[in-house]
Ligand binder design. Structure first.
Ligand code: SAM
Ligand code: SF4
Length: 474
């Protein structure tokens, strides 16, 4: 692994988004080429990340038949690498004070009518209790950008999450979505034991970036944000989450940029991004924007399927911004993580009965079902809802995670751990209908496994969970 500290901190940064190249790849790939696309589908079976040319060729797909083949290939690859599990988490909004003025965001400083709040320690603890009472084990803490939200403050919030336990409830993994930090800042939050640090570039297209982010704001500095993950890696964080806010610019450009970003991280640090998020822009408080690049549902499905093939070992996160209907359709094409029972309001888990109010949230949530309903829906579709946090707790992160992942070992850990954490949920929190559906999915999966020492271990851990043992992991 080789990297040079200085070219990040010298103020210029590393620019790995080659706009002319990306534009020319889009222009050269207007017509679909079925022969080439089928070659790429076949190649994707080797589970090697794509280059930009392969990605661009798939972007050109238009015909029904080839689209269907793309979706089928993505579905198969997902099943092969990730099994049937879907990891569940909840976002916890800690504070919405913000010095920036991103035009699409309900937290931006100029938004009229936004109710500003930062949770006190007591309120944070209450939110965590509420989330634990629902059965959550994995959180992502979300912050606006404000001098209040220092790395120390963020690290304290993380420690509070880990140390707040109620009954069998505990938080086992805390991820972060906050403003980009400097290297020292990342070190500070890492020391609190975070999982992934997410920073979405929003748009990789410079001109568009400048249009939505005023130049004098901290967020107005495109390069500071573009190199957020480089600094995170240098600060000791090897679980990096990247993303795009789809709808600001041409989805094809953004998709090729996400792949460029993944290639950059992989080439330079030996670790690709742990997750990619692809939120589509939602209505927000005092937001009245022309959005000529809105991504249609059809484009959305296609981009998720292409991403699945392009970055086979990167987790794909589909958030509750999407409606129940879209989640139902897109899940199969490669999504590995979703949030459930989501409340975006600051303090929202203590006031779950309150209707969505845009003045209290960053944007409108599309899927408002509660956690148990989402779990029931996943089970009905034969997915295994998972609260697994094993990999990062036993050290399978970053480069090590890739070593495990590439030879296909994930299934060996993920599916058993998904069953065990699902069983914990079924015992402690599920409604009777979900409990029945859950054990029937576990049973089905056990039946499909051949007899082995591993299967015996799973069976005995499942029995132990029924007698009250918790946190049994592979
Ligand atoms: N303030 C930090 C930042 O901007 O990096 C933390 C993240 S912000 C609270 C979380 C993400 O929400 C943003 O990166 C952006 O992609 C997304 N977001 C903002 N406004 C949105 C909207 N109207 N619809 C959907 N997602 C939005
Ligand atoms: Fe602030 Fe983040 Fe919203 Fe921009 S996206 S206004 S930085 S909270």
């Amino acid at each position: 692994m080789k990297f040079d500290h200085t070219d990040i901190s010298n103020g210029h940064g590393i620019d790995f988004i080659d706009e002319p190249l990306i534009n020319s790849l889009i222009d050269e790939n207007i017509e679909e080429d079925p022969v080439l696309c089928r070659e790429i589908f076949a190649k994707s079976k080797s589970k090697q990340p794509f280059n930009l040319q392969d990605t661009a060729a798939l972007i050109a797909i238009r015909s029904e038949g080839l689209l269907h083949e793309l979706f089928e290939t993505a579905r198969e690859l997902k099943r092969e690498i990730y099994g049937k599990r879907i990891v569940l988490f909840a976002p916890l909004y800690v504070g919405n004070h913000c010095v920036n003025d991103c035009k699409y965001c309900g937290f931006r400083r100029s938004a009229k009518g936004t109710v500003r709040k930062t949770l006190t320690k007591e309120e944070l603890v209450k939110e965590i209790y509420n989330l634990e009472d629902l059965g959550h084990k994995r959180l992502i803490l979300v912050f606006g950008e404000s001098p209040k939200y220092t790395p120390e403050f963020i690290a304290d919030c993380v420690r509070i999450c880990y140390s707040t336990k109620k009954g069998n409830g505990e938080i086992r993994r805390v991820n972060i979505n906050a403003a980009p930090l400097d290297i020292e800042g990342y070190r500070t939050v890492k020391s609190a034991g975070i999982g992934t640090f997410q920073v979405f570039q929003e748009t990789y297209h410079r001109e568009t970036y400048a249009r939505y982010h005023p130049a004098n704001d901290i967020k107005g500095d495109y390069m500071w944000r573009l190199n957020a993950m480089d600094r995170a890696f240098m600060g000791g964080i090897d679980d990096m989450g990247i993303g795009v806010l789809f709808g600001l610019y041409d989805w094809r450009f953004e998709l090729l940029s996400l792949v460029s970003h993944s290639i950059h991280l992989q080439d330079r640090y030996g670790v690709g991004p742990h997750t990619i998020s692809f939120p589509r822009i939602q209505p927000a408080q005092d937001m009245n924007l022309p959005l000529p690049y809105r991504v249609t549902d059809e484009q959305f499905k296609k981009l998720v399927a292409i991403l699945r093939l392009a970055v086979p070992y990167t987790g794909l996160i589909m958030t509750a911004r999407e409606s129940e209907e879209i989640r139902d359709q897109v899940m199969e094409f490669g999504v590995s993580q979703i949030d459930a029972g989501t409340r975006l309001e600051i303090g929202g888990y203590q006031n779950r009965d309150r209707e969505q109010e845009l003045s209290r949230e960053q944007f409108r949530v599309g899927d408002t079902r509660n956690l148990d309903d989402v779990i029931h829906w996943l089970l009905k579709n034969e997915f295994i809802p998972s609260f697994c946090t094993s990999c990062y707790r036993v050290g399978r992160t970053g480069e090590h995670f890739m070593e495990y992942a590439i030879p296909g070992f994930i299934k060996k850990f993920c599916t058993p751990n998904a069953m065990l954490t699902l069983a914990e949920y079924l015992e402690d929190y599920a409604t009777p209908e979900t409990k029945e559906a859950g054990y029937s999915v576990i049973e089905k999966n056990l039946q499909s496994m051949e007899e082995s020492e591993q299967k015996q271990k799973i069976l005995s851990k499942l029995e132990a969970i029924k007698t009250g043992k918790r946190d049994l992991l592979f």
